[in-house]
Each structure stands twice: as structure tokens, then as C-alpha cells.
Design a binder for this molecule. Structure first.
Ligand SMILES: C[S@@+](CC[C@H](N)C(=O)[O-])C[C@H]1O[C@@H](n2cnc3c(N)ncnc32)[C@H](O)[C@@H]1O
Length: 393
């Protein structure tokens, strides 16, 4: 039996947890990632620490309620394979999934079980939530956390196959990313139902968009697009995390504080020889030619525009998206603190010209953002998805 002191400590902890939940919700409301009353109620009802017990014991309750991803599991090579996602992304995704009371929901990637518990709150006692998890130990952890708390059925297995025995579903949410839409998920969704998943915009998954689709007349049409990055869907338990393409980086460390000087990723790097990559990295470390763009551009929107309109030239990162020439002897990056205001160019002038042209085209196009992205998915005879990305005109 717990002593009076222990009981008081538990009571204090529960009160702190409720207060921290309220503060997190207020923060998400302030930054615009939470607007829906039902999603708000779910975040207030579910204690996150229950699903990340190790992080709670190690870092304390306050840390659990920061708007941050909590990494939980690594593979043998030290690559992260599971986490509790950032609460603001979870809230944005849950709102777009438009979950109603009494619905049947399938989640792929149970992870800690936290999102599953939020889904269970949203569907209420008349609804049903099934969550599929690839890693047996992670599935066991999620079951333990959910036991006696939220009626979520956690199933072990490859979520790309869905869970046929519980089908059909009104809503399907995938919390790991991929280059394709698994056809089993399409088949297990009701006509008019919503499917939400993080899709790779480039071939290596370095740029992702979280797309919500409605199933209509034999295909999927997007209803909303968000920015965000998720760990990749893996093929088997214990399988290596798929390598995320080529990346070049250089860091500076002064007095124990590190900062990245260069971070370049993207399809275009794959075509360069090892010598050309080293030359490009040293070019990116030299002094740039700086020119103003004459606008304040949204970073994410311009990044998406470059990846989709010039994939063969795209390099860069969220902080500095840009282009290279075919031989890697020229580089041009979009730069700016909060918004994009200038071009930083290195070496041959070709990529700089192309980047200016593309920014002009983006302006003529009406400055589209991720909200103007339209994604259409159809399925071939063998069930392979064919994904068409475009801008609403
Ligand atoms: C970002 S975490 C999910 C977060 C989770 N929804 C939560 O609330 O904690 C991604 C999860 O997907 C799982 N996963 C990866 N590939 C999978 C697959 N093919 N099928 C099912 N789960 C998979 C990982 O093991 C990991 O637990």
C-alpha cells in the first residue's frame, strides 16, 4: 500500500500533469496548430508521460510537455526507429483527419501508443481504433501503456498491409513516411473516407509532405497538405532504416557549441562523382555572391516549388533550399532568417540564373504554398500507386 506521502506525491504529479497539458494546449492554440474543440479535449484528457515513461523519468514532466518530438527507440546502428511525434504536428494531422465519434480508425505505426489514445478519445466508446506496429517490442510497450486506459487494439505486423480483419475503416492515419501509397490501405478505406500519410516528395524522402486524401471514384484526391517529416516505413522488424540519399555537410564547433555551416541533400547529388561532391562542398564553404530577391518568400513553399519543378537540380535543406548545375560547379541557395529574401551563389552562374527564373515563375504562378498543392493517386493493375503532384491554378 502506498504511504500517505507517496499518495500526496502522486496527487501532486497528476495536478502538474493536468496543468502542463493545459499549457501545451494553450501553446498549440496560440501558434494555430490546434483549433478543433474535440482535438483540444483529447489532448487535455491523455497524459503524454504514460506513453514515454523513460523520458519522463529521465527528463521530468515539464520536458514531456514541450512541443517536441521525443525519440524513444534506436536500431543496432544507432538510427532512430520510433518516437512520440511533435504535438503540434499530431494536432494538425488529427484536425485534418476529421475523426468523428463512432468511427472505425486504423493507425499505422503505433509507436508509443500516444496518438492511438488520442484517436480513441476522438471516436469515443462507440468507435474503434486499431493500430499496427512493426517492431514487436514497441508494440508490447504501446499495449502496456494503453492497457486499462484506452481501448486501442495494437496489432503486430507490417502496416503497409493494413489490418484486413478490422476493415473497412472510415479513417486511416500513417505515422511513418513512404514513397508510395500502399494499395491495401486504399482497399480497406470506405468510399468517401479519409487517408492521411507523410509522402516523399523527392526520391530519397528528404522532402516530405503530409497529405490527407479522400477516396472517391476509384482514386485518392488530396484535401489538405502539411509540411512535416516522419521516420520511414520499414520493410521488416529489425530491418535497417532506409538510407536517406546523399548528404553533404560541414559543421563548426566553437567553445562546445556546434552549428552547421553547410547542409546539402537532394537527388541532384546522386549524379555527381565523389570528386565532384567534394568540390561542391568546398565551393559551398567559400564566400557567396549575395543578391537580394526583392521579396519575402515563405521558405517551405519555395522549397516545395523547387523540388517539384526542378528535381534534377534540387539541393539543399529546409534552411537553405537551392539548385546546382549538372556538373556541380555552380550552386545557388535561397537564404534569409525568417523568410527568404536573398540568393547566395557560388561558382558557375547557371544555377543562380535558373533559381531567379524559378522564383519569377513562382510569383507569376500566384505564389503557391503547400495549401495550393493538389495530389492525385491512382492504382495500377499490380496495385502500385501512381502519384501526380500539381498546383491548383
Ligand atoms: C513516428 S513513430 C509513430 C508515432 C506514434 N504514432 C506515437 O504516437 O507514438 C513511427 C512508428 O512506425 C513504426 N513502423 C515503421 N515501419 C512500419 C511498418 N512497415 N508497419 C508498421 N509500423 C511501422 C516504427 O516502428 C515506429 O514505431
Amino acid at each position: 500500500m502506498a504511504s500517505r506521502g507517496e499518495g500526496a506525491e502522486r496527487g501532486g504529479r497528476a495536478r502538474s500533469s493536468r496543468r502542463l497539458r493545459r499549457e501545451l494546449v494553450e501553446r498549440l492554440e496560440r501558434d494555430g496548430s490546434l483549433t478543433d474543440a474535440a482535438v483540444r479535449k483529447a489532448f487535455l484528457a491523455v497524459p503524454r508521460e504514460r506513453f514515454v515513461p523513460e523520458a519522463a523519468a529521465r527528463d521530468g514532466l515539464e520536458a514531456v510537455y514541450r512541443n517536441q518530438v521525443i525519440l524513444t527507440t534506436r536500431d543496432e546502428r544507432g538510427m532512430w526507429t520510433s518516437s512520440s511525434s511533435q504535438p503540434s504536428i499530431m494536432a494538425l494531422m488529427l484536425e485534418r483527419l476529421d475523426v468523428r465519434e463512432g468511427q472505425r480508425v486504423l493507425e499505422i505505426g503505433a509507436g508509443t501508443g500516444y496518438n492511438g489514445a488520442l484517436l480513441a478519445e476522438l471516436v469515443g466508446p462507440a468507435g474503434r481504433v486499431v493500430s499496427v506496429e512493426l517492431e514487436p517490442a514497441t508494440a508490447r510497450g504501446a499495449r502496456r501503456a494503453l492497457a486499462g486506459f484506452a481501448p486501442v487494439k495494437v496489432v503486430g505486423g507490417d502496416g503497409r498491409q493494413g489490418f484486413g480483419r478490422g476493415a473497412p475503416y472510415d479513417r486511416i492515419i500513417v505515422t511513418a513516411s513512404g514513397a508510395e501509397v500502399p494499395s491495401a490501405l486504399f482497399e480497406q478505406l470506405v468510399e468517401g473516407g479519409l487517408l492521411e500519410l507523410p509522402l516523399w516528395v523527392d526520391r530519397a524522402g528528404q522532402t516530405q509532405a503530409i497529405v490527407t486524401f479522400r477516396k472517391q471514384a476509384g482514386r485518392l484526391r488530396s484535401t489538405a497538405v502539411l509540411f512535416g517529416g516522419f521516420m520511414p516505413l520499414r520493410e521488416a522488424a529489425g530491418a535497417a532504416v532506409p538510407a536517406g540519399g546523399v548528404q553533404l555537410s560541414a559543421n563548426e564547433r566553437v567553445g562546445g557549441h556546434g552549428r552547421p555551416l553547410v547542409m546539402l541533400g537532394g537527388e541532384a547529388l546522386r549524379k555527381l562523382s565523389a570528386t565532384a561532391r567534394r568540390r561542391l562542398l568546398s565551393l559551398a564553404l567559400s564566400e557567396p555572391r549575395v543578391s537580394q530577391l526583392g521579396l519575402r518568400g515563405p521558405r517551405g513553399a519555395l522549397l516545395l516549388y523547387l523540388v517539384l519543378e526542378a528535381p534534377q537540380h534540387f539541393v539543399g535543406s529546409w534552411l537553405a533550399p537551392g539548385l546546382i548545375g549538372a556538373d556541380g560547379r555552380g550552386l545557388a541557395l535561397l537564404a534569409g532568417r525568417r523568410t527568404i529574401t536573398r540568393i547566395e551563389a557560388y561558382g558557375d552562374p547557371g544555377p543562380e540564373r535558373l533559381l531567379r527564373d524559378l522564383v519569377e515563375r513562382w510569383k507569376r504562378h500566384g505564389r503557391p504554398t503547400e495549401r495550393d498543392l493538389r495530389v492525385d493517386v491512382s492504382f495500377g493493375r499490380e496495385g502500385r500507386s501512381s502519384i501526380a503532384w500539381g498546383w491548383s491554378s
